[in-house]
Write a protein that binds this ligand. Structure first.
Ligand code: NAP
Length: 282
């Protein structure tokens, strides 16, 4: 518990996910009342049960962050229920395997009608899903940012955290839609931070290194059960030689949201990556 957080309300999107369930638990342990937002109310409720068991305060909300109207209604509902919004953690986001080619460089056969079934090039990915990934990571952050900043402006301040990625700095192979949208996150974090700076709202981002979630486990494997080639490449390219944990994100977020520690910090993206960005790969 920290007296500073008593009476503060934190909204966490993607709160049932690997990283933000941990962030939500951490914010509740500090004394915030936490609004847990996710696509599935049932999944958010599971996180809420753990928070309540530990004496924390929270409330769950189902919302698709890509639905602008629904996000506007969510902000109204959260503020009606909990009285205010001091912190917004924009954790909802992610990739989709169907937006990715399965090959790392152009193969002329991807243009042919009778290409082998397992050959999926950039020309063969589902472009609707490709666009959806871009929308999730961009507008799915911007809609909540705008909806909750409306209330923060009236309150005279607040703190917003967006989620970037290692792909923000340099795209991983096959990650086109995800990488470009996460590059956008760092860019618009700066733009929105400047726009809102005099309102007292600070807007920053964190860029997690590799933290396994159910989707990335399928692509990277696990240290315990065996890594895929890509998983081993990630570990080899991480000077600390391991994946991160959700808990590793909490310290950076604690710093960024705290006006006492980071009151003059806005528009930055903080990598939490075991040193991944220190190596060029050569
Ligand atoms: N884990 C990593 O290594 C890593 C690295 C860099 C950046 N990040 C970023 O960090 C954030 C959290 O990642 P994570 O690993 O914790 O992912 P995760 O475990 O997949 O959690 C994401 C949560 O957001 C929910 N969600 C997805 N689309 C949504 C929507 N349209 N509206 C509301 N909720 C939605 C997901 O629900 P469903 O499960 O039902 O889809 C899930 O509960 C994401 O932005 C991710 O891109 C993660």
């Amino acid at each position: 518990m920290d007296q500073y957080y008593q009476g503060k309300v934190a909204v966490v999107t993607g709160a049932a996910g690997v990283i933000c369930s941990e962030v939500a638990r951490d914010l509740a342990s500090l004394g915030c009342t936490v609004a847990l937002v996710d696509l599935s109310l049932e999944n958010a409720e599971k996180v809420a049960a753990g928070i309540r068991e530990n004496g924390g305060n929270c409330k769950t909300y189902a919302c698709n962050v890509m639905d602008r109207e629904a996000v506007g209604a969510l902000a109204d509902e959260v503020v009606k229920d909990l009285g205010r919004c001091d912190i917004l953690i924009n954790g909802a986001g992610g990739n989709n395997a169907k937006a990715q080619p399965k090959i790392v460089e152009f193969d002329p056969r991807e243009l042919e009608e009778d290409r082998p079934e397992d050959l999926v090039g950039l020309y063969n990915v589902d472009m609707d899903i490709f666009e959806n990934v871009i929308k999730l990571n961009t507008m799915g952050t911007i809609y909540p940012l705008l909806a909750f900043a409306k209330y923060m402006v009236k309150q005279g301040g607040g703190s917003i955290i967006n989620f970037a990625s290692m792909n923000t700095y340099c795209p991983l192979t096959r990650n086109f839609a995800y990488a470009m949208s996460k590059a956008a996150v760092a860019n618009f974090t700066q733009a929105f931070a400047a726009y809102f700076a005099k309102t007292g709202i600070r807007i920053n981002a964190v860029a997690p290194g590799f933290i396994l979630n159910p989707r990335s486990k399928l692509i990277l494997g696990t240290v315990e059960e065996g890594l895929t080639k890509r998983g081993q490449d990630v570990i080899d390219h991480t000077p600390m030689g391991k994946f991160g944990s959700a808990n590793d994100m909490c310290g950076a977020i604690r710093w960024l949201i705290d006006d006492r520690a980071a009151g003059f910090v806005t528009g930055i993206t903080v990598p939490v990556d075991g040193g991944f960005l220190t190596l060029s790969g050569v």
